[in-house]
Design a protein around this ligand. Sequence first.
Ligand SMILES: C[S@@+](CC[C@H](N)C(=O)[O-])C[C@H]1O[C@@H](n2cnc3c(N)ncnc32)[C@H](O)[C@@H]1O
Length: 390
Amino acid sequence: MRLAERQQELDAALLDFRNLWHPQPFREIRPDWCEQWPALSDELLALPDDSVAFLNDDLPAALGLLTKHVPAVAAIAVLTELPTMPRQILAERAGHWAWEIPGRKREQIEAFAAAAGNTGQPVLDWCGGKGHLGRLLALTWQTSVHTLEIDAGLCESGSALAHRAGAAQEFVVADAMETASWPQSGQHAVALHACGELHRRLIQQGVAQSVGQFDVAPCCYYRGVAERYQPLSDGLQLSLSRDDTRLAVTETVTASPRETRQRDRAMAWKLGFDAWRRQVSGEAYRTFKPVPDIWMRAGFSEFLFKMAEREGLSLPSACVAHEFEARGWQRRHDLMRLSIVRHAFRRAIEVWLALDLAVYLEERGYAVSLGSFCDRHLTPRNLLISARRV
Ligand SMILES: C[S@@+](CC[C@H](N)C(=O)[O-])C[C@H]1O[C@@H](n2cnc3c(N)ncnc32)[C@H](O)[C@@H]1O
């Protein structure tokens, strides 16, 4: 399927199912879809904990469950299925190129380099950190590389690593959002996990400067989004809020059993406080400032008291604390289950965002491929937009 066609179909499908993925169960205790599909909400609310963990992590399984109740959702799975990018074999290089790179990061970089493919053009490594990717490309492609990075300390460490490895790599300390000197015409611009506005800036500036080739693996799409995401390409109907763009990168973070217990308790307590706030103010969900860690270490009644005081609410008596703590745990139980529906659309939102960049490049005369450059276990941000000027 052509990218523009996939984009139009995904745009329409996400719009159709907006009432499933847009509501956040921590704001809306029972999203409207619970009434529309009561059997779905009953099945979710009855799930045991291990199924909840599994379904929050396994998107195809979550979409499968949803499809049982809402068959048309099957289209989302088809539209988000992308090919694995073809990979070239990387030239032999001495093992010491990878000094200081943790194992999984090294594998990500190697997979990106193999999928990006050598064009023979000089390389610009955009927001390159210590320039590990740029160093690998300089060594395997035998080409000159400029790594642009805002942090002078990272540039200094990267320069030392490049020197040790004998790589033709130079560092440019610059703010990617400000510089008018980079990227340059005829360059091959690579960006591995340059966040939101940084990868969008590369693409827009790069098109203006006639960059020859782009290989961009985006991440943190929400960075630099004010209220609403501003698409680069034309003709989209869906409008995403900043929170919607965050959904694209909401991953279940692997944690130790102790960290998991702490995280669960923090969520239950905050929801217990939210229940108190709703009761005394009569208002719907309102965000609040981060909670100091130390407040989570005493008992719930002390926590509730401190939160109510800080948020200017009437203060709870000690005898209601037990009830609101129990309400918090119950809400956490339900929220984890109802969120499976929203989370099932994570990849679809991410693909929509990546397609926006890919189609923008196509509209401006590039031949573009979009696919995954590595397995999800290496990094969930495994989409690669590869665009060649024709
Ligand atoms: C997630 S890291 C990715 C680094 C590298 N590409 C990699 O994959 O290892 C993002 C990098 O962008 C850099 N950065 C953030 N804001 C920047 C800006 N305005 N201009 C240039 N670099 C920036 C950060 O310092 C950081 O090194």
